[in-house]
Design a protein around this ligand. Sequence first.
Ligand code: XMP
Length: 432
Amino acid sequence: MKQDMIVVLDLGSTRNTDVARAVRALGVYSEICNYDVTAEELRAMPNVKGIIANGGPNDVVDGVKIGLSQEVYSSGFPIYTFDYEESGSVNPMPEKDEAIQEALRSFVFDTCKAQPNWNMENFIADQVELIRRQVGDQKVLLALSGGVDSSVVAALLLKAIGGQLTCVHVNHGLLRKGEPEQVVKVFREELNANLIYVDATDRFLDKLAGVADPEQKRKIIGAEFIRVFEEEARKLDGIKFLAQGTIYPDIVESGTKTAKMVKSHHNVGGLPEDLQFDLVEPLKMLFKDEVRACGSALGLPDSMVYRQPFPGPGLGVRCLGAITRDRLEAVRESDAILREEFANAGLERKVWQYFTIVPDFKSVGVRDNARCFDWPVIIRAVNTIDAMTASVEQLEWPVLLKITDRILKEVPGVNRVCYDVSPKPTATIEWE
Ligand code: XMP
């Protein structure tokens, strides 16, 4: 293994990830470990150079106050005891606080003598070795949605085990314009992946016909997705492993021994029990920006790596009410125009998420001197840190008018464009 490591020992702080990120910002790899890790386990981990014992308010587990164990204390590793919450910083990232940053830097480099060798080249080299060791000559299956995480996992596995990987891309008919084509082009044609492309559009749209309730729509899409993937998996012989794009925040948010779960994390989401796979999760120690850097280092295009977030149920939650094919096309076409014009205006990476919505009602308008009765398109563009709250992007009028003009000219069945200026709360980011 090429990277030195600093272990952040979780002694009940709510800020362990901030500390781990601050160490990584110094160029040194860092992982969070449970408070009850043994000295033997620490010695078995590769290249541990030192330990940051990070205390905080959640220091009672099962009624017992936890602390640094005597065994770890006398294990010989350099230890820095640190109480992030009491160190006075109100900033989310320690690196904004010079005193904390200096203390960390001095510990990591002067005391632990760690090398700043945490970079994507070394990460990829290490993962390739680990994946090969885990998988041997067995076969691996991956559900490749085309999202950032699954795309980066696919590229990493292709580098490590090439033809032993089979990717399944299920097109549920609710993807953005050009997305399934891009997945096929990048993975099958450019990276030579075994890619099974399933166009299940009709199947999904048939199941969704006449279903107007948002929750019901989500459930149908989720369940059908698993069914299609499962059918493909059963057709394949001798698959031993399932690869997943789990990333570090998924693990941290699923709860640690000292902190309660924020939200449940279930990427595998309900595969039947008789389909038994071991998991390969090579990105599980990366934060999102590191996943993107890894994708770029593996040669994936920017349009894939810097994609804005896109919900699993896709355009299905933006074609409001019961989905019809004509309105779905109006969502897809208007979304493509919006994305193109955002790119032209240099807003592509500046705005967090932007998309269009087509509601299931019409309004009166006039076209070619005659009355028309058509759908409106609603534009939404928001900024957020964590998607829990969001503010509206204050789009420049010329950009908004250009988009409006193009949508009205180019998208059939649309006679009106609106801009949603609602923050979250009270609105959510999506409309359904
Ligand atoms: P809301 O609408 O709840 O959305 O403010 C917050 C963020 O989550 C995305 N979103 C989803 N992502 N599956 C996903 O993977 C879903 O079912 C889903 N619903 C919403 C949404 O696009 C926004 O970024």
